[in-house]
Design a protein around this ligand. Structure first.
Ligand code: CP
Length: 316
């Protein structure tokens, strides 16, 4: 099975079939990564530029590693050491890089819509590694892979996203992806950090964390973006923790068998306590492991690869 996408700009509008194909292919690549030599020649001869205008640990490292595991040639670009500092525009930057004949651009940028804009400027295939508060599609995919792996399915689950929904690209990608896959998605957080029109996306808004925890098979705990506090959008970290922090004590009253995700980086002791983050319900490090397999799958499928489902041994 092939996917119908030429770029991965977000999960909004991506079909259940395409998401399933990506997750199935990621499962296959996860097995490749367990081999003594965890590398395949699938993308030999392809050139990929990793263009990061914002900080990243997990996403950047796992894209770089995924590209190496697929035998692609890679170039890493960091805005802090480039001619962007001399005033060069995004379009000129990428046009110059593209003149060196690249096949893929992986980009993280602070401006919502920047990945789409880039896809309209270049012939290369564009993968959005996070564009402002808009989307972070590979994070949504790795979250879904982790849920499917832990629980065995996505369809019919109650998945609640907790925290700063308004400024979160992770929340938007999760909402779009999970709804396409048939999950019931909830959100819970301070009223100032929930978009006014959030219900239009088809989610349930939980009035209290206790209600959310009692109902949820899975919770995805978002990082509190500390800079938002300066804007007065929540009173104090202490109050946030009191109302919305995921503590071991709170988890004891949650739905039996609840699974806890967090995209990282975590503020331990604020949105999540260490006994939860490092406890049995947590799949936070599984998310990181799965991120590598998901990014290999996305690159492979965007390059025209087929999932193993139709018996193409190239995926193995
Ligand atoms: N989850 C995530 O995007 O982490 P990084 O910012 O470290 O890439």
């Amino acid at each position: 099975m092939k996917i119908t996408l030429t770029h991965l700009l977000g999960l909004e509008g991506v079909s259940k079939q395409d998401i399933t194909t990506i997750l199935d292919t990621a499962d296959t690549f996860k097995n490749v990564l367990k081999r003594p030599i965890p590398k395949v020649p699938t993308m030999k001869g392809k050139t990929i530029v990793n263009l990061f205008f914002e900080p990243s640990t997990r996403t950047r490292f796992s894209f770089e590693l995924a590209e190496k595991r697929l035998s692609a040639d890679t170039v890493n670009f960091s805005a802090s050491s480039s001619s962007v500092l001399k005033g060069e525009t995004l379009k000129d930057t990428i046009k110059n890089i593209e003149a060196m004949r690249i096949d893929f651009v992986v980009m993280r940028h602070g401006a919502p819509g920047s990945a789409k804009y880039l896809s309209e400027c270049v012939n290369a295939s564009v993968i959005n590694a996070g564009d402002g508060a808009h989307e972070h599609p590979t994070q949504g995919l790795l979250d879904m892979m982790t849920i499917r792996e832990k629980v065995g399915r996505i369809e019919g689950l109650n998945v609640t996203i907790i925290g700063d929904i308004k400024h979160s690209r992770v929340a938007r990608s999760n909402i779009h992806g999970l709804i396409s896959m048939g999950a019931h998605v909830g959100v819970c957080g301070p009223a100032t950090l929930l978009p006014r029109d959030i219900r239009e996306l088809g989610v349930t808004v939980y009035p209290s964390l206790e209600d959310a925890l009692a109902d949820s098979d899975v919770i995805n705990v978002l990082r509190i973006q500390l800079e938002r506090q300066k804007g007065g959008q929540f009173p104090s970290l202490r109050e946030y923790r009191t109302l919305f922090g995921i503590t071991g004590e709170r988890l004891q009253h949650a739905k039996k068998g609840i699974t806890v995700l967090h995209p990282g980086p975590m503020n331990r002791g604020v949105e999540i306590d260490s006994d939860v983050a490092d406890g049995n319900a947590s799949v936070i490090l599984d998310q990181v492991t799965n991120g590598l397999a998901v990014r290999m799958a996305v690159l492979y499928l965007l390059a025209g690869g087929r999932s193993k489902m139709e018996g193409d041994s190239n995926a193995q």
